[in-house]
Design a protein around this ligand. Structure first.
Ligand SMILES: C[S@@+](CC[C@H](N)C(=O)[O-])C[C@H]1O[C@@H](n2cnc3c(N)ncnc32)[C@H](O)[C@@H]1O
Length: 278
């Protein structure tokens, strides 16, 4: 079984994917892409890059499922509860008086982050005035997000972060439980539009007050991170907030666009004027 991939092999495969399917992974962080490719090959018991190459370029269905393995869809409800506490107790208060709130979840994966925000908005009495846009590159993840339907095995894993946030509440307050599944209640879903959107090359035509892009840019190199941060800057209203993930690192070049709001929870605020010294 293959356990390492050279830069040349990776570049050649990514170039072929770009030509064949129009998906550009050339500015994704190489180490994590390599790890994901090795995992994909092990899963399908493939012993050479050539075998993967032939399969991925010939078989579109395999490619679409394989892409999900490459993209790492890991997520959870109330991921990093500290961040949700700052959002509830500080950021949302900032918008209390505003009549509408627009939120973009970029890289929403299977929807848990979107429903966490909906639950927090409901608690603050702000859900009715919120419009959320939830986007991802993966159609498979988006389909699951839209369904808002999770196996009980997964939901059980969410109990710990959920209780860290709401020690006195039950998941059944927000989900309908049925046999082996739990489905988000419709009232936490009707404000959301789910759309396929590729952060590498798709534009964004609407403006938002809060953008979440958590645990997505960790897979991007510095050049792509800055390009995506520019997109977020342009897609935020003045004074808007950008929430990134716990392991995301704001590149120095991005600090010209965003200032720190809360360093511990990786929450940033759009600068009024871009700093020039980049
Ligand atoms: C680890 S998940 C993060 C989910 C959620 N934001 C969270 O923090 O729990 C990363 C997501 O980014 C998506 N993604 C990766 N590259 C992307 C791109 N170029 N455009 C849009 N989404 C992308 C993946 O499909 C995946 O669902």
């Amino acid at each position: 079984m293959i356990d390492s991939i050279s830069d040349e092999e990776l570049d050649a495969l990514m170039q072929a994917l770009k030509n064949r399917y129009g998906l550009d992974f050339t500015n994704y962080e190489k180490k994590s892409l390599k790890r994901s490719i090795v995992r994909l090959m092990m899963k399908h018991r493939m012993s050479s890059m050539l075998e993967l190459w032939a399969k991925i370029l010939k078989d579109k269905e395999f490619f679409e499922k394989g892409i999900d393995d490459l993209l790492v869809n890991l997520t959870e409800l109330f991921r990093n509860p500290d961040a949700w506490i700052v959002i509830r107790d500080s950021i949302l208060d900032y918008y209390k008086a505003k009549s509408r709130l627009n939120v973009w979840h970029a890289g929403c994966s299977t929807g848990e982050e979107v429903y966490t925000m909906a639950i927090v908005l409901e608690e603050k009495g702000m859900l009715h005035k919120t419009k959320a846009l939830a986007t991802d590159l993966s159609s498979i993840a988006l389909k699951k997000a839209k369904a808002g339907d999770y196996s009980l095995i997964i939901v059980e894993q969410y109990l710990k972060p959920f209780l860290a946030f709401y020690p006195n509440r039950k998941l059944a307050d927000f989900f309908n439980f049925k046999e082996s599944h739990a489905t988000i209640k419709p009232s936490y879903q009707s404000h959301v539009t789910f759309e396929r959107h590729n952060l590498v090359h798709d534009a964004m035509s609407t403006k938002h007050d809060i953008i979440f892009c958590r645990n997505v840019m960790i897979y991007f190199d510095e050049k792509l991170k800055l390009q995506v941060l520019e997109l977020f800057y342009e897609s935020l209203n003045d004074d808007g907030f950008l929430v990134i993930g716990y392991y995301d690192i704001m590149p120095d070049s991005g600090k010209a666009l965003f200032e720190v709001y809360d360093v511990k929870t990786r929450i940033y605020k759009k600068r009024k004027i871009k700093k020039q010294n980049r």
